[in-house]
Write a protein that binds this ligand. Structure first.
Ligand code: PMV
Length: 307
């Protein structure tokens, strides 16, 4: 049985979402994880993930292994103590550790493929809960936005602890994603923001409120088919993220390069300090903005249409 899951980007509201303000995230369907589960002739659970050079039998992996732990979790959720011999093949075009949700996408696709093969039907909500549990193991205190947008593969208006709200895109729009190539663990930037918030809660609550308002306005613009309004909102959101101290020289350089090349607006996306930035562009400008980002030092760009 086969299942897949897309990548994702956060459009608005990262960090503030950890403090219960709304954030918007969308799937990036140009990149994805595919998982195939088949019966195996030889005993055991054989996992093949060439992207991370993994060719191993489940029993030989440590119990907290990023992929092995997902398989174990699925067996335990299904009450399977004696799993049948299986072959699990995982391929991915989502760049790893780049803020595009590759980990959550592997978990979602793997859980679905195993559930299909073992004939245990799961709702999206159940898959989402399981992926969230795994995210918590590896990322500390995630808000839950990544697993939600990836599991549902739809634009999501996310407020921590509230029922999942997907929303419609009134008119498609084009985003260029630029990767700084700088690895920056989200756990650290989230931890640093927490320290600053503890030192000056009044100041940071005001910043989070402003970011929350931007997410709300952005959702209205997207739903009502006025995506061009998102450019200014991205610029404002980036300035607020700079005040949260989660931007970096590399991110700021790429944001400036995108604006100079004619993007309607740009901001960092995700945990910050490194990872990705995003720029809103008119479709015909996608290539020139993408080239400008590469010239300014981006390691990779992805052009995606949000619809
Ligand atoms: O680094 P990413 O793309 O996984 O995004 C993290 C988003 C944060 O708001 C910074 C953290 C979270 O858990 O929501």
């Amino acid at each position: 049985m086969k299942a897949s899951a897309p990548g994702k980007i956060i459009l608005f509201g990262e960090h503030a979402v950890v403090y219960n303000r709304p954030a918007l995230a969308v799937p990036v369907t140009q990149v994805k994880v595919d998982v195939e589960v088949t019966d195996s002739e030889s005993a055991g659970i054989h996992i093949h993930a060439p992207i991370i050079n993994l060719h191993a039998e489940l029993n030989t992996l440590p119990p907290d292994h990023a992929i092995g732990s997902v398989v174990l979790k699925v067996f335990s959720a299904f009450g399977i103590s004696n799993p049948p011999p299986l072959k699990i093949n995982i391929t991915s075009t989502i760049p790893a550790a780049a803020g595009l949700g590759s980990g959550a996408a592997v978990s979602a696709a793997l859980i679905r493929a195993l559930a299909l093969h073992l004939a245990y039907p799961l709702t999206n909500e159940q898959v989402n809960d399981m992926v969230f549990e795994i995210e918590k193991l590896h990322h500390g205190t995630p808000s839950g936005i990544d697993n939600t947008v990836i599991t549902f593969s739809k634009p999501v208006y996310f407020v921590k602890g509230q029922p999942i709200e997907t929303f419609k895109v009134g008119k498609p729009f084009t985003i260029v994603i630029g990767d700084t190539g700088v690895a920056a663990p989200t756990k650290e930037s989230v931890g640093d923001v927490r320290k600053l918030w503890l030192e000056d809660q009044n100041k940071f609550e005001v910043l989070f409120n402003e970011i929350g308002k931007i997410s709300q306005t952005a959702r209205d613009s997207i739903e009502s088919g006025q995506p061009e309004q998102l450019g200014g909102l991205m610029d404002q959101n980036h300035a607020l993220l700079q005040q949260l101290t989660v931007s970096s020289n590399e991110l700021d350089n790429l944001v400036t390069a995108a604006r100079d090349a004619g993007a309607l607006g740009a901001k960092l996306s995700g945990g910050g300090r490194g990872g990705n930035m995003i720029a809103l562009v008119k479709k015909e400008k996608a290539e020139s903005v993408s080239n400008a980002l590469l010239s300014a030092g981006a390691k990779r760009t992805i052009v995606t249409e949000i619809k």
